[in-house]
Design a binder for this molecule. Sequence first.
Ligand code: ADP
Ligand code: MG
Length: 291
Amino acid sequence: ATPAAIMVGSGRAAELGVLYRKGEALEILSHVDTVVFDKTGTLTEGRPRLTDLEAVDGDADAALRLAAAVEAGSEHPLAAAIVEAARERGLAPAAVEAFQAIPGYGVKARLEGREVLFGAARFMAREGIDPGALAGRAEAFAGDGRTPVFLAVDGAALAVLAVADPLKAESAAVVAALKGQGLRVVMITGDTRRTAAAIAREAGIDEVQAEILPDGKAEAVRKLQAAGRRVAFVGDGINDAPALAQAEVGIAVGSGTDIAIEAADVTLTRGDLSGVVTALHVARRTLATIR
Ligand code: ADP
Ligand code: MG
């Protein structure tokens, strides 16, 4: 690739909100055959909202108050949805002790002498808690693309809540455009299988890796590479930095964290996913001109 062609290509891309951190990124990107997207905050808006709450004793407010208390110390996007819903219903926040976040699983704390757990089905399984009749509700929520989260108190499941995090307006069109360019598109998420499948279907993605723990995203990229695929990883979060670094090309969406942007080769400054299509298109066009 001649430096002049690369300068012209990256200049054109910059006008469209695509910043290449180094010249090689353009060249490497032109060889990519697989685009892997993180789900939360990348394909989706990343601002989940509480949509459902089913408590075994019928006391939804009491359950929400407990969940919000435990989430108060968490920075997870799910936590914001729960805390906000409790605030909207005027539920006074309760103070907790011994707060603990378990990445990829959930949160736990002690509250008024009780041990409260809040998180994914696999968190309940890990703690030996049987979700009982709530499991069926959780499956129904997940089938609709909502994320079910279980609340347990002193070892017994008390409620299941659901949060919805809709796709960004442009996600399905971006996926369709990439497929139209002959690229393979994959979604990776820590979310539960059924929820992930429903969201992926809506986005038009047929290759999904779900229930991947935060440390597992880079490993998932490595496995695709070992299978001969040349991968661009698109992500926004702190958890995504290792996967962004592992991929042939890491693409950070602009509203993402500084740490993600630092680990990336390409940044979409407008936070609009259409930049992925632009980035690939410009790379391929530029390299085609000089080949
Ligand atoms: P992702 O960002 O890909 O959705 P995470 O690895 O952050 O995935 O989380 C995976 C799952 O673990 C979530 O869908 C949720 O069920 C559970 N979880 C993680 N952190 C929390 C939290 N703070 N509160 C409730 N559930 C959580
Ligand atoms: Mg994310």
